[in-house]
Design a protein around this ligand. Structure first.
Ligand code: PDD
Length: 300
């Protein structure tokens, strides 16, 4: 690891790797780690607001599910993992930001099949503090998205660290001056964003997002929004939409651990009147209230 690769990490920032809190800038895993050699691992991303982990239980539910799907077990009990997550947020004094968690199959001589005798899984936890302004502006003003073909595999419901198609799509978006890429399947249907769930308010004013299947990640934020809108008796359809539907959509937005962001342009064309719409604003409110309430936060 060359000196200074992580120069911008705040002094004293820690990572948790294989049972120890270590300096983030010099933390590492074995070169034979199967995530590095084969992409054999699972990850999660949890938002941190006011030093609280958002939607923590749902992220851990999904972690357990993803691990099960690739025949990995939790690296420690859920209770212990929660303690470590909170401890890292505390030690790094993260007020607002993200917590990343990766579980890999561990380090073992390279060979494709899942080893008969599994090595000890590698558990990596890192945090990133972010000024709330970074996302605040995007949540307020909205973002542009472009569309790209969905070139991912058939099990997008598993949150694996194999993210090449996602990062290529995201790179294309950034190079086009957009924030996100919506992925379009072979039938012209929007699957999801490269790292977000895709939503529209259709021409009839109904909130729409694709139903869960192997084609999309079961977004935690998606689930919390659906629960919140059901409680508020808001009309919603878990039904996919086509690229053409975005042309007549009144509003569009994306959701993820980084929050709910209005989409104001798709492939350069304005969505609705090109400004964040009232339904999106309501969803932002409902989501904040619901997840903040459950995280035990007050006053937001
Ligand atoms: N991405 N779809 C994809 C492909 C994602 O990678 C994500 C999350 C989501 C939204 O899921 P959630 O609401 O649980 O964050 C949808 C995270 C933030 C990431 O990869 O950084």
């Amino acid at each position: 690891m060359s000196k200074g690769w992580n120069d911008r990490a705040p002094a004293g920032r820690l990572a948790y790797v294989d049972g120890r809190y270590v300096a983030h800038g010099s933390a590492g895993v074995h070169i034979e780690d199967r995530a590095l050699q084969l992409g054999d691992g699972i990850y999660e991303v949890c938002g941190v607001e006011d030093a609280h982990l958002m939607d923590e239980e749902e992220h851990l539910d999904r972690l357990e599910r993803s691990l099960r799907e690739i025949e990995l077990t939790m690296p420690m009990s859920r209770t212990a993992l929660k303690l470590v997550m909170r401890e890292l947020v505390r030690r790094n004094r993260v007020r607002d930001g993200l917590l990343y968690l990766q579980v890999t199959r561990g380090a073992v001589r390279r060979d494709h099949p899942i080893p008969e005798r599994s090595p000890r899984p590698t558990l990596i936890l890192t945090t990133r503090a972010m000024s709330p302004d970074v996302f605040g502006a995007r949540r307020r003003d909205g973002v542009a998205v472009i569309t790209r073909p969905d070139e991912r595999w058939g099990r997008c419901d598993i949150k694996t660290v194999q993210l090449l198609p996602n990062l290529l799509a995201k790179t294309a978006a950034r190079r086009a001056g957009a924030y996100e890429a919506w992925l379009i399947d072979e039938d012209g249907v929007v699957t999801e964003g490269s790292s977000t769930t895709a939503w529209i308010v259709d021409a009839e004013g109904k909130l729409r997002t694709r139903a869960l299947s192997n084609a999309i990640l079961p977004g935690v934020t998606r689930r919390v929004i659906l629960e919140a809108v059901a409680a508020a008796q808001f009309p919603v359809r878990e039904e996919s939409f086509r690229l053409e539907d975005t042309a007549t959509a009144r509003e569009a937005f994306i959701s993820s651990a980084t929050g709910v962001m209005p989409v104001t342009r798709i492939d350069g064309k304005p969505v609705g009147d090109g400004r964040p719409g009232p339904v999106t604003r309501r969803i932002q409110e409902l989501y904040s209230l619901t997840s903040a309430g459950r995280a035990g936060k007050t006053g937001k």
